[in-house]
Design a protein around this ligand. Sequence first.
Ligand code: SAM
Length: 195
Amino acid sequence: MKLLGVLPFARSLLTAAAGPGDTVVDATAGNGHDTLFLADLVGHTGTVISCDIQEKAIKATQNRLNEAGHVSNIHLHQLGHERLTEITRFNESTIAAAIFNLGYLPKGDKNVTTKGGTTIAAIKQLFAQLKPEGLIVLVIYHGHPEGKLEKDDVLSFIQSLPQEEAHVATYGFINQRNDPPFVAAIEKRLVKGRA
Ligand code: SAM
C-alpha cells in the first residue's frame, strides 16, 4: 500500500512539526507509544510533557520509557489534559507539536475514555501555546458510542476555527468498514508581523 496508514500519517505530521530541542505534548499517554516516539523525536535537548488520567497508563508509559533508556526531559503527569495549563507554564509560542490518541486504553477500562468537552478544552489551551506552524494532531476513534459523540463535538469545534488563524485538515480511509479511526490536524498559521 502506498497510502500511509492513519498512525504512520499522524507520526509523519509530528516529524514535520518537531525536531531536536523542541517542546512537545502527548495529551493521552496510554501505553506510552506516542510519548516514546516524541522523546526520540526531540532528543535529550527537547522536552516531552505527557499526561493521562489513569495511574495505570502513567506507569505503563514510565516502564516503556525506562526500557528504552529515556530518563530525562520527559514529564509525566497523572492529570486530565483539560488541566494542561496547570503543568505547561509556558509563554505563547512554546509547543511545536501535540498528539491526542483519543478513546480508551487498549485492554483497559472502556468506560475511561476521552470526551468531547475535555478534549476541546485541551485543544484550546494547547493552541494558545503552539508555535506558529506548530501542529496539534488528533487520532479520532469513533467506533464506540462515546467516540461518536466526541468525534461530532471535536469536528464541529475545529471546523469553526478561523482560517486566518489555523489550517485544519482530516485524513482517513473512507471506504473501510466499522468506523475506522482518522486523523484531524490543526496547524497554527503564521501571523503577519509576528515571529
Ligand atoms: N497514546 C497512547 C499510546 O501510545 O499507547 C494511547 C492512548 S489511549 C487510546 C487513550 C488514553 O486517554 C487512555 O489511556 C485514557 O486513560 C486517556 N484519557 C482519557 N481521558 C483523558 C483526559 N481527560 N486527559 C488525559 N488522558 C485521558
